[in-house]
Design a protein around this ligand. Sequence first.
Ligand SMILES: Nc1nc2c(ncn2[C@@H]2O[C@H](COP(=O)(O)OP(=O)(O)OP(=O)(O)O)[C@@H](O)[C@H]2O)c(=O)[nH]1
Ligand SMILES: [Mg+2]
Length: 326
Amino acid sequence: MDTVALAQAVIAGDRRALARAVTLVESARPDHRAAALALGEAMRAAGRQALRIGLTGTPGVGKSTFIEAFGLHLTGQGLRVAVLAVDPSSARTGGSILGDKTRMERLARDPRAFIRPSPSQGALGGVARRTREVLALVEGAGFDVAIVETVGVGQSETLVADLTDLFVLLLAPAGGDELQGVKRGIMERADLILVNKADGALRAEAERARADHASALRLMRPRAEDLGTPPEAICISALTGDGIADAWNRMRDIAGRRQAAGVIRDRRRTQAQAAFVAEFRAGLLAWAEARPELRDALAPAADAVARGLSTPEAAAAGVLARLDPD
Ligand SMILES: Nc1nc2c(ncn2[C@@H]2O[C@H](COP(=O)(O)OP(=O)(O)OP(=O)(O)O)[C@@H](O)[C@H]2O)c(=O)[nH]1
Ligand SMILES: [Mg+2]
């Protein structure tokens, strides 16, 4: 199948075509790149949009269990849901992939759902680039909601916030002050906080955590994108399903307000421009590093720096001067 036919099949809703297109986009082979770019253009021309939801939470907080319950809630309403994962390969253990198979079993079998695990290799920047392209594919394929999941342990959550329209933080009941310090930067990005596991013996503790986070959110600097309605924290249980419908209603409300005010459009424009700059810089770097006149000079220059024979600044300037001897 050529790229044009593949793009048409993706847009027509052919799931196998979508899986093939995703594989092409995630491929590291240079000869797949042209096809991936053409697919991206075809998706852009199709002009479809999904609500992009970023979801982050530390390992074990219940992300997979939540996505299963939440995803089924959405497909139950007739919506089509795609689930993508962004994780540096090191953060993803074999255990959690196995866990996902059982925890998202029903959603994985749902014809209205499409689940794609994280690209297995590569630096975070590269993983994010691929995820942006896969997001475009699932939008072109007509999915209504795209969930991008990441483990909240590094920079990946910022990256996911930069790829999505809404950023949701999933928390566990326990943690207290110490946890709050760790995630302050993430909290500043959050549009909704869900305190999970608010069931059984954990119910009261979850409510305390919710109240703590709700007041922390109220103390944050107001953000223009909130349009005067600051982010909230609610209790849910991914296990029992309590609060899942409420969580979706709130996300829909936030998205609806932002859509009407043009906030989502503006945010996507900013994101697209940032992606362009990142792509350009990555390409420039790859090009420069492949230039023979630089490649051959890099190792000796680094060696000279290590041995104290040159300052880092002078060594870098000397290597760069080879690109442009004038
Ligand atoms: N009581 C209770 N347990 C839950 C709930 N949600 C998830 N769990 C349990 O918490 C554990 C971890 O759940 P997962 O959904 O695998 O968590 P995760 O965030 O996807 O974990 P990683 O993929 O390892 O990052 C499992 O034993 C779940 O059954 C909940 O709402 N209530
Ligand atoms: Mg998981």
